[in-house]
Design a binder for this molecule. Sequence first.
Ligand code: PHE
Length: 458
Amino acid sequence: MAKRTSLHGMWSSRFAFILAVAGSAVGLGNIWKFPYMAGQNGGGAFVLFYLACVVAIGLPIMISEIMIGRRGRRNPIATMRIVGEEEGSRPSWGLVGVMGIFAGFLILSFYSVIAGWALAYFVFSLGGKFNAATPESIGSLFGGLLGNWKAMAVWHTIFMALTIAIVARGVERGLERFVRVAMPGLLLLLIILLVYAIVAADFARGWVFLLQPNFAALTRQAMLEAMGQAFFTLSVGMGAIMAYGAYLPEGTSILRTSIWVVVADTSIALLAGLIIFPIVFANGLDPASGPGLIFETLPLAFGGMPGGTMLAPIFFGLLVFAAWTSAIGLLEPAVAWSVESHGRSRRSAAMVIGLIIWGLGFLTIFSFNLMSDFRFLGGTIFDNIDHLASNVLLPLGGLFITIFAGWVMCKNSSSEELDIGTGPAYGIWRFLARWLAPAAVLVVFLHATGLLDRLGLI
Ligand code: PHE
């Protein structure tokens, strides 16, 4: 088959691609979302189920997404349509890309608001606001931010502008430089924080909470959320990784890249958990307090450790970087689509789409103040946007992607694109993509509706 080339340039090296995918995966999902979700869902059993989803569902889907992306070399909508047709299936596979782009809109709308909190904390820490921190002082600092929607809007606007600026320039040029510094730096700071958690906080209790499974806490809802978190943290299910795969030069090992990224992403999430929970317990805080968890705990660590005044701005700065490289991946599929199918310039596509998402972000901002009492389906507007995108749309998109990779694409195509022959590694991937991953997603979905219990199946 004659190979297509991407219309947006290519990654300069294999390493650049790994950095880009890792940059997309590692972000607020690991450091902000994972700890608070684990806290709300009772810890250990949730974590174990999340890990199982990462390996059995997330990894094969990541491999599938990169593979499909490189084969199609277009935005996710066109890629799914073109590759689908080549494989003798319907063009309507493009709808999976449409759903992914919609999920990306929803996710970026709240992601940017939370990244705005990190930005605010960067500035707070520069102003010495964490010195002599107590749970009360930090609680009121955070409460003050949440209560002030105008301040939140300003931070959200700055973050969205940063994201648009990079996507407007072209991902491969804009991104590489940042990820190269941000990732190792973030890891180093997390290790320093871990040392603090071991020495100065209640590490033993934090460890037990995070890693000792209590299966009674693993409700149907918790299982759905653990699966959603696996998708969210790996950036799979919406075409972000597929869009990056489209810029991947031939001859790069998709399998090795994916394994590497999954290991890095998971380690960083676990590290964040091992830092947060000891601080939570040492200060008598509530592990189930929700989206504010890291913003109410980490300042206590920085306030209490030697050199904390200096480390806090570095940490929150790096967190913003990590969020930035993920946000870019959330915006890229829609922009690539608009450029390719409407002939827009990258700049105007990034601005127009970014502006829509920016507007959507106000629903999240207001969920923490003006409209915090407005609840439906058991949560605020933010809770519902997050739930719909992370726990429904991403797994659904992932389900279609893995069915596409395992069933629609023939053996010849997938083994050619993965370039690992048809040996055991290929066999395992194909088994996971054809059977285990789709079945697991379906079972968790059905289980969440309560259907399996009602039918007496479990
Ligand atoms: N994986 C990112 C994080 O953990 C979020 C993300 C989701 C990015 C989906 C791109 C696509 O922060």
